[in-house]
Ligand binder design. Structure first.
Ligand code: IMP
Ligand code: MG
Length: 203
């Protein structure tokens, strides 16, 4: 099995990934920016903070599919008490790396929101339109409180100010993959987070 020179990683993950996750974005190089160890320790800290803030509040954690599924799974299992989870699926991106500007719900929340302490769990906030749309939508159901926990706050392209109550990591820019984040459905299940950079573009 030969490693494709068009699909390279800095820390040489198993060949499994190289064989199964190449596709639309295979002509790019990936630079490791957040290791699985750094993710695990930050998730633990966030879970501890959220556990303290939400003790005795019976919170409802709503993950935004698909990107947040791994983060939500790790976050909830690191919390001090069992929590109720639900999911919403929103689409704002096509197969590429730029926003379409429009947000659609393709899978709605199934839990009664009214009177609940809701914590939205998102993978990455970029332009802000996705989260802004969801917060307005959820507010319409009159939750007791509505807060946001995002793994990555990507600041450079923000167009709508959205309140981020718990943030895992802050980055300025770049298109990231791994730990739930995809590029055209590729690389979502990589355990670390990489920035996609142009082939031959260096670090
Ligand atoms: P926005 O904040 O409205 O631009 O939308 C954020 C959504 O776009 C996230 O939930 C992701 O699904 C996707 N997204 C934004 N930046 C990235 C990235 O760097 N990698 C993968 N998906 C991204
Ligand atoms: Mg997302």
């Amino acid at each position: 099995m030969r490693r494709s020179p068009a699909f390279e990683f800095d820390n040489h993950p198993p060949f499994f990934y190289l064989e199964t996750q190449k596709g639309a974005c295979m002509s790019t190089h990936k630079k490791l920016i957040i290791s699985r160890q750094a993710i695990a320790s930050r998730v633990k800290e966030l879970a501890a903070q959220i556990s303290r803030d939400y003790a005795r509040k019976n919170p409802l954690l709503i993950g935004i599919l698909k990107g947040a599924f791994i983060f939500l799974a790790d976050l909830t299992r690191a919390m001090d008490f069992p929590v109720e989870v639900d999911f919403v699926r929103l689409r704002s991106y096509g197969a590429g790396t730029t926003t379409s500007g429009e947000v659609h719900i393709t899978k709605d929340v199934e839990t009664v929101i009214e009177g609940r302490h809701v914590l939205v769990v998102e993978d990455i906030v970029d332009v802000g339109l996705t989260l802004n749309f969801l917060l307005e939508y959820l507010n319409g159901f009159r939750p007791a409180s509505l807060k946001v926990c995002c793994l990555i706050d990507k600041k450079e392209r923000r167009r709508v100010e959205v309140p981020l109550d718990y943030v895992g990591f802050t980055v300025e820019k770049g298109f990231l993959v791994g730990y739930g984040l995809d590029c055209g459905e590729n690389c979502r299940t990589l355990p670390d987070i990489y920035e996609m950079v142009e082939s031959g573009g260096g670090d």
